[in-house]
Write a protein that binds this ligand. Structure first.
Ligand code: M6R
Length: 612
């Protein structure tokens, strides 16, 4: 969704802003713009379409300013157009603003400002903000804090979510920022400071970050930053050093981020397992303080997330129920938050979110907290909003995931959820030591096994070439293989735009088999030894009806023949998704490439879904 960048220092701002916007492109957007203070005037350059459109504007390269703000917009209020693109100025062109989020009461505020004589040039909710700032500025007491107070008065009128950057030609030495329910980070440099909605946008400039809290203001000068609370009392703030390497947010020779991230999975798993356990040792989660007494008293675990993260939750549920025997339910965050869920002090709610900024997941977390449940966040982004809301946080260490289609984050989430399940089982003593010990050994072998899977993909490419022009495909599996089928189907839809459905193989006869006709493509996943024979029977039913089949398996299929079979290394079925998902990720990737699509930035999708 929308992205924000800001710069103040001694360098030319434009290249920093443009590069920042380029590295935020993965979030998804439909227009882009920048505003700088040039010779004490606000200069805005913006347009519909890609950041490249800005780069192609001749005038942009003549701007020498060293203070500026920038934005990529993902349209919510008003269609993608030059007028609706950010930044937006007030009528007098003294203040200029970029904004992420949604101002819910913008109609009311527009009416108020219209009565005061203000005019609106766009259909956006954002345009009320610079005009409100102007209104409070011109009606405020004249002193040094006038600009900040005007911003605060304007922000006090806003209902909704926002991350806002403001500059003013009346105060050319500062950028003011504030946030609520929308991410914003400040990068500290040497006599220069950076602002962004996402760490990777400015990671090449600094590793020292301030993570702004909800309702917190920062006034950013080139050589200092002042922080204020919601009553404008100044306070100090701790800096966080982010270990991510800037090159980890680059393509490093791969054609696309998605491919690079698929290939990074062995390392992402190694990093996520880290020192959580070693053979012969119990699992350790020093970062969370969950006692045996607490765990013994909970009667239910909810796992809540969206999209791929929810699919990782399904695998987590399987592990928790098998190893800990705690009833566990998985829900989609946008459903959970409105279903009046049964949640209380005896419920542990686990929220999985790569970005840690997904609006529905955060809202679902706040809801459970308000009902007295303990909340645990699983995130990939240090200091992300969800980690600041949750009672406990554990991190995947997948490194920055840039491609919209999640790959290495998924496998890292799965491994972390399984380790968490082992940890709970060790505390509760619900599982025998031998089972856990074997599972640990299989987890430690995963990186090498993923490498083997990545090295043997020729059959997959052959099959993909036969089917990439099709319009519908079906994914089948039972148990944990059904969980993976859901993820494989989502990957295919997201980046290849082929309609696909995942079905629990046993459900086929109850309706979906009516869709199977000659030549239809069916992908079967068979990794659970206890369910293989049953799944084979289901897949034979589609073969009989003329389906083309691709089977992903680590089982011996005997003398049953299918069109293509991808053999995976054997592993414990609790973690088999970490291997079986890899061919499905590559299958979607190859198809999208063959169709000439932009795999990293699929249409209509955003990496961080920060609005409801
Ligand atoms: O950042 P999150 O993990 O909270 O994101 C959740 C979903 O939006 C995300 O997994 C989405 O489904 C991906 N595009 C899937 O590839």
């Amino acid at each position: 969704m929308c992205g924000i960048v800001g710069y103040i220092g001694n360098k030319k701002a434009v290249p920093v802003l443009i590069n920042g916007l380029l590295s935020l492109e993965y979030r998804g957007y439909d227009s882009a713009g920048i505003a700088v203070l040039e010779n004490n005037e606000i200069v805005v350059m913006k347009d519909k379409g890609r950041v490249a459109n800005l780069q192609n504007m001749d005038e942009i390269n003549n701007l020498n300013s060293s203070i500026g703000i920038a934005h990529t917009r993902w349209a919510t209020h008003g269609k993608p157009s030059k007028e609706n693109a950010h930044p937006h100025t007030d009528n007098s062109e003294q203040f200029v603003v970029v904004h992420n989020g949604i101002i819910e009461n913008y109609n009311e505020l527009r009416e108020f400002l219209t009565k005061k004589g203000y005019k609106f040039l766009s259909q956006t909710d954002t345009e009320v903000i610079p005009n409100l700032i102007h209104y409070y500025y011109t009606n405020g007491i004249d002193d040094d804090d006038k600009f900040l107070r005007a911003v605060k008065s304007a922000v006090d009128d806003l209902k909704g979510s926002y991350a806002i950057e403001v500059i003013s030609k009346l105060h050319p030495d500062r950028i003011i920022v504030v946030r609520k329910d929308s991410p914003l980070v400040i990068g500290k440099g040497n006599k220069e400071n950076f602002i962004a909605s996402d760490i990777p946008a400015i990671l090449s400039h600094t590793k020292d970050f301030y993570l702004l809290d909800d309702y917190e203001y920062a006034v950013i000068f080139k050589d200092s930053i002042k922080f204020f609370d919601n009553t404008l009392i100044e306070h100090s703030k701790a800096i966080k050093n982010i270990e991510w390497d800037a090159t980890s947010a680059e393509k490093n020779g791969f054609e696309d981020y998605m491919l690079k991230e698929i290939y990074e999975q062995p390392n992402a798993i190694r990093e996520t397992v880290g020192s959580r356990f070693s053979l012969g040792e119990k699992c350790s989660f020093d970062d969370i303080d969950i006692s045996k007494e607490y765990l013994s008293n909970i009667d239910k675990i909810w796992i809540i997330a969206c999209g791929t993260a929810m699919h990782a939750g399904l695998v987590g549920k399987n592990a928790i129920e098998k190893l800990c025997r705690i009833p566990t339910e998985v829900d989609i965050a946008s459903e959970f938050r409105y279903r009046d869920p049964i949640v209380n002090e005896k419920t542990l709610c686990i929220y999985i979110s790569q970005s840690g900024e997904t609006a529905d997941t955060i809202a679902a977390l706040k809801l459970a907290k308000s009902k007295g449940a303990k909340t645990l966040a699983v995130s990939n982004v240090i200091g992300s909003s969800i980690t600041r809301e949750a009672d406990y946080t554990i991190y995947t260490h997948a490194g920055p995931e840039i491609a919209v289609a999640s790959t290495k984050a998924y496998t890292s989430q799965v491994v972390l959820m399984v380790i968490l399940a082992m940890y709970f089982a060790e505390i509760l003593e619900t599982c025998d030591e031998k089972t856990i010990c074997e599972l640990k050994s299989d987890i430690l072998d995963l990186p090498t096994k993923i490498e083997t899977v990545l090295d043997s993909m020729e059959k997959l490419e052959k099959f993909e070439k036969k089917v990439y022009t099709e319009h519908d495909m079906y994914f089948l599996g039972r148990g944990i293989d059904y969980d993976v089928a859901l993820e494989g189907s989502l990957k295919l839809k997201e980046i290849s735009y082929i309609h696909s459905e995942a079905y629990a193989a046993g459900e086929l006869k109850h309706g979906p088999i009516a869709l199977i006709e000659n030549g239809v493509t069916v992908i079967g996943i068979l990794t659970d030894p206890d369910l293989t024979l049953k799944s084979i029977s289901n897949i034979q039913e589609v073969v009989t009806r003329g389906a083309k089949t691709l089977i992903i398996t680590n089982q011996n299929l005997g003398n049953v023949t299918f069109d293509y079979v991808i053999n995976l290394p054997e592993t414990n079925s609790l973690i088999s998704p970490i291997l079986s998902v890899v061919p499905l990720q590559l299958f979607a990737y190859y198809i999208a490439k063959n169709k000439g699509l932009d795999v990293d930035k699929p249409r209509n999708l955003a990496k961080s879904v920060t609005v409801e």
